[in-house]
Design a protein around this ligand. Structure first.
Ligand code: ADP
Ligand code: MG
Length: 206
């Protein structure tokens, strides 16, 4: 059995319908076990080392902000190498525009690298990531129970359409404002936390 690190990134940790949909998939434990789950806000330095292979890419500063701006839901799963591969297939490709229809990222991801879920891509990376994150999070206990349904709306495809406009410089102000409003409807956040979610969402579009 391999260890793998799992993270509900902010775009799925707080968009409650998206979170419920993804949790419904994960909690089925079809070919894997959820060994731990908890809320944790990663320091920027942890994200910088977690994604060290992406340092220097133009989106790297955004990626660090995206992953460290708010608490996220972090966990460890165990799965066979084959099952982990299958889970990654079900997750879908990294960039939303390229994610396989029917995959989790195609279903719930908004745009670009705003792609909902981190999952280690192989047993070796899983072992390294679990080791690195274990210095910060225990990864041995399921401490949160997520709901597998939500009364909040799921605006994924509307958000994707608006995100495409903002990224293309079309109706930028209006589309950005609508993104803010739709995110607020999807989440239970207010104040500085909602502002942070809007910042990292809009930050993916520039
Ligand atoms: P994955 O999460 O599918 O394993 P990578 O490990 O290659 O993908 O990249 C880590 C994260 O960095 C991605 O999930 C995504 O959030 C972000 N990212 C990677 N490539 C891009 C890109 N070209 N544009 C925007 N964000 C990206
Ligand atoms: Mg990866």
């Amino acid at each position: 059995m391999a260890d793998a690190l799992l993270i509900f990134k902010p775009d799925s940790a707080y968009r409650l319908a998206a979170r419920a949909g993804i949790w419904g998939w994960l909690a089925s434990e079809r070919d894997w076990n959820v060994e731990s789950l908890e809320w944790f806000q990663p320091p920027a330095s942890l994200i910088e080392s977690h994604y060290d292979f992406l340092q220097g890419r133009p989106f790297f500063p955004w990626l660090v902000d995206f992953m460290s701006a708010l608490p996220v839901v972090v966990g460890r799963i165990t799965a066979s190498e084959e099952s982990l591969k299958q889970m990654r297939h079900e997750l879908g490709e990294t960039q939303i525009a390229k994610s396989r229809p029917g995959s989790l990222r195609e279903r719930y991801g908004i745009y670009g690298g705003l792609n909902c879920l981190h999952l280690s891509d192989a047993p070796e990376t899983g072992a390294a990531e679990v080791k690195r994150w274990s210095d910060f999070v225990q990864l041995d206990q399921v401490k949160v129970r997520l709901d597998d349904s939500s009364a909040k709306p799921d605006h994924t495809y509307h958000l994707r359409s608006l995100a495409t406009q903002v990224a293309g410089g079309i109706h930028t102000d209006l589309a950005s404002q609508m993104i803010r409003e739709l995110l607020a409807e999807e989440c239970d956040l207010g104040g500085a936390e909602l502002e942070a979610l809007c910042r990292i969402t809009l930050g993916a579009l520039s």
